[in-house]
Write a protein of this length. Structure first.
Length: 194
């Protein structure tokens, strides 16, 4: 190759590098409320709703795993103790999806189908106008005026609190359902012995 071609290639590479540096806008770290929000918005925009889960508040994440555990235990009790019939089949059909979900993010997606979490977020996401941080809590205001509250999780990542109450409610319902199932299972077991 001649020197002019090499020089032209080198200049082109430098120009491309400078342009890339000027226009490259990296995400803020997820250890900031803005970074978590940006990752939530990107996941939703790209149709990867399951990827919102890592940016939920810790209590919401824990609730998803609790729902899974409670539904799995309920299905085991029903399978072992309930007599064959419509009641058994209906309970198993309603609990099985959450019991068989591979993990917490999948349970979150199942609850989302009932509650419409992602659809609500999709309507309201826009650019960040302001962020106010006070200790472990932050409130992010979007250009549309929507306010999102985040709480710093133990690992330093900021988690969206918007769905925590609903996830905790679903978790408590799953716990109550399990208690009911176990009580009925005990009754069925007692009836078999008598």
């Amino acid at each position: 190759m001649n020197k002019r071609v090499l020089f032209g290639v080198a200049v082109a590479a430098i120009v491309i590098g400078v342009v890339a540096l000027v226009f490259y806008k990296p995400f803020p770290p997820d250890k900031t409320p803005e970074g978590s929000y940006a990752r939530i918005a990107k996941a939703i925009a790209e149709g990867r709703s399951r990827d919102v889960f890592p940016y939920l508040e810790q209590d919401a994440q824990d609730a998803a795993f609790t729902i899974h555990d409670m539904r799995k235990a309920a299905c085991e009790s029903i399978t072992q103790s309930y007599p064959a019939g419509a009641e058994r089949d209906a309970l198993l059909a309603s609990y099985r999806p959450e019991a068989d979900a591979p993990d917490g993010p999948d349970v979150f997606m199942l609850v989302d189908k009932k509650q419409g979490f992602i659809a609500r977020l999709r309507k309201d996401l826009s650019g960040i106008q302001a962020t106010e941080t006070r200790g472990e809590r932050a409130t992010l205001t979007t250009a549309k005026g929507t306010r999102y509250t985040f709480r710093r999780r133990p690992n330093g990542v900021w988690g969206l609190t918007r769905f925590t109450a609903e996830m905790l409610d679903a978790s408590e319902r799953a716990s109550r359902d399990l208690a009911s199932v176990r009580s009925a299972a005990d009754d069925y077991a007692r009836a078999k012995r008598d």
